[in-house]
Write a protein that binds this ligand. Structure first.
Ligand SMILES: [Fe+2]
Length: 251
């Protein structure tokens, strides 16, 4: 059996090569699939409890795209609430405390019925927001790895951006738009509520080998600043993306 480090390196390599992702995502019932590699690696309970991860920047760091009040409420109230509910669920199923959050989401269809919906909604919420915070920073520029992929996948950076904006604007109600890397190409997908591309049981159009970027399209992410103008938030999002982090993901 491969060591954890070897397995991760192998999975990362296969994900970047666009092979093996579906194979590792499929599983015999009752077994846990091998976890894939994401930028939010192995989120696990600490002493049996999931915890709010460090934000890494001040609440006003993303002004004016995302205002400080929204950031504080989003992080300390919304994200914390997802964590609290997730902790209540794993208290009911202590065996799950030995698994990473990625493993729970990748194996959602195998979760006990008593906690499945909580893991989907609140475990998804914890992973999505943990990933989202790391994706954000002002003052960075799109790197060469991403721009090359945008060119090969969408015919150009502006074409990629306009496609992403159109798809994000088309998400009805609460959900997320995602950029994924699959078969060596960037693709854009969406999910409702707190679903994400990791979830084998979620109604996501495409399963993904690697999550590159996501935007929170719930009104709680932008309404205080932008009210009903989701387009302002989506277009402004490009100036809040941590492009340096994305280059690291693509290495
Ligand atoms: Fe959110």
């Amino acid at each position: 059996m491969k060591s954890k480090i070897d397995r991760k390196s192998f999975l990362k390599a296969t994900a970047l090569l666009g092979i093996g992702s579906i194979a590792f995502g499929s599983k015999a019932k009752g077994l846990f699939a091998e976890p894939m590699v994401y930028s939010v690696n192995d989120i696990k309970p600490k002493d049996g409890k999931y915890e709010l991860p460090p934000l890494g920047y001040a609440y006003n760091a993303l002004e004016p795209i995302i205002d400080a009040q929204t950031m504080e409420i989003h992080y300390t109230k919304h994200h914390q609430a997802y964590i609290n509910k997730l902790n209540e669920a794993i208290d009911k199923e202590p065996s799950l405390k030995n698994k990473s959050l990625e493993e729970l989401l990748l194996n959602l269809s195998s979760m006990p019925a008593s906690v499945k919906s909580v893991i989907r909604n609140h475990g998804g919420g914890h992973w999505n927001h943990s990933f989202f915070w790391k994706s954000l920073k002002t003052g960075t520029n799109m790197g060469s790895s991403f721009s090359k992929l945008a060119n090969s996948s969408f015919g150009g950076v502006e074409e990629f951006k306009s496609t992403f904006e159109k798809i994000a604007m088309g998400v009805f109600g609460s959900g997320w738009a995602w950029v994924i890397l699959q078969n060596g190409q960037l693709k854009i997908t969406t999910s409702a509520n707190q679903d994400n591309p990791l979830m084998d049981a979620a109604a996501v159009p495409e399963m993904m080998p690697k999550v590159i970027l996501g935007i929170d399209l719930w009104e709680h992410a932008y309404y205080l600043k932008h009210q009903n103008k989701r387009a302002d938030y989506v277009k402004g999002f490009w100036n809040a993306v941590n492009w340096d982090e994305i280059e690291v993901l693509l290495k």
